[in-house]
Design a protein around this ligand. Structure first.
Ligand code: ARG
Length: 282
């Protein structure tokens, strides 16, 4: 009996040494989320802040809620949009929340969460141009011979390749901010973006406007999903539960309004009022 007890004691000691030295696998209490913070109002940077606090927008609110619901500490890993997707595939982050639309490739290569609703951000897919060319383009053929930018590994890149004429040159950008600079500098003629993101870009950059052209998009591209590693079913189920809760609590609308405001998109900007407070038409 004594022997058994001392053996047991020895075993317990070995086990506790293992866990003390970290040899035993310990569960991380962090939730790592990759995002590409070049996509206002979904994820962007508040340049007056630093560290984790600088990342703001709808998806950041969503990521915070998910971490909170899971009892984990949120760690945002900022990286380019294509790198976000690679990071999920390699498992170096838990997930990516970065304004993803559903595409065939993504459905095949990742676990996709249920939809979440990000206002009117992706109800339309558009092309923006310099203001002097605003409204000039009504059909895909109007981009014949032009250089059109789009983000690498994005829905917008797919749409350009599928719907613009063959002699339009599609130029890839890892970062949307860099693409906007190229547009302003005249290095590209046009830039394909999600509508809400286009609104944010126009609100923050004088001299850029909507081209007048809109891509044909299937309805399923209007909403966003979270990207998780293929086969990570347990975490995906947990995330879906949390998304359902966010929806029931009416958070999506709140987060979107707040994000639009932070992005400087004044939803009332299209409307002007006379002295009596009546809306001026036109
Ligand atoms: N919704 C588009 C897509 O799924 C664009 C997303 C871009 N997101 C970003 N954070 N840059 O490809």
């Amino acid at each position: 009996m004594k022997k058994v007890i001392s053996l047991l004691a020895a075993l317990i000691m070995v086990v506790s040494i293992f866990s003390l030295t970290g040899c035993a696998k310990k569960e991380s209490n962090q939730l790592t989320v990759a995002l590409s913070p070049d996509f206002a109002p979904m994820e962007f940077v508040d340049t007056s802040k630093s560290g984790q606090d600088q990342y703001i927008g709808f998806d950041v609110s969503l990521a915070k809620f998910i971490a909170e619901e899971m009892g984990k500490e949120l760690v945002i890993k900022p990286m380019s949009f294509d790198a976000c997707q690679a990071a999920v595939q390699s498992g170096s982050v838990d997930m990516s929340i970065s304004g993803y639309s559903v595409t065939e490739e993504r459905a095949a290569n990742y676990n996709l969460s249920d939809y979440y609703y990000a206002g009117d951000n992706e109800t339309e897919q558009v092309i923006i141009v310099l203001a002097e060319n605003g409204g000039k383009y009504s059909s895909a053929d109007d981009f014949s011979g032009l250089v059109v930018g789009a983000q690498t590994a994005s829905l917008q890149m797919n749409l350009c390749n599928e719907q613009l004429p063959e002699d339009a040159e599609i130029k890839e950008f890892g970062d949307i901010g860099t693409a906007v600079e190229a547009l302003r500098a005249g290095n590209i003629d046009a830039l394909a973006v999600a509508k809400g993101n286009g609104d944010a870009i126009i609100a923050n950059n004088d001299g850029i406007a909507m081209s007048g052209f809109e891509f044909d998009v299937s309805e399923e591209a209007e909403n966003n999903v979270i990207l998780l590693k293929k086969g990570d079913d347990e975490l995906t189920a947990k995330v879906n539960e949390i998304l359902a809760k966010a929806y029931e609590n009416g958070y999506y609308g709140e987060w979107y309004d707040e994000a639009q405001e932070l992005a400087g998109i004044d939803t009332a900007a299209d409307v002007s009022y006379d002295e009596d407070g009546n809306v001026i038409e036109g």
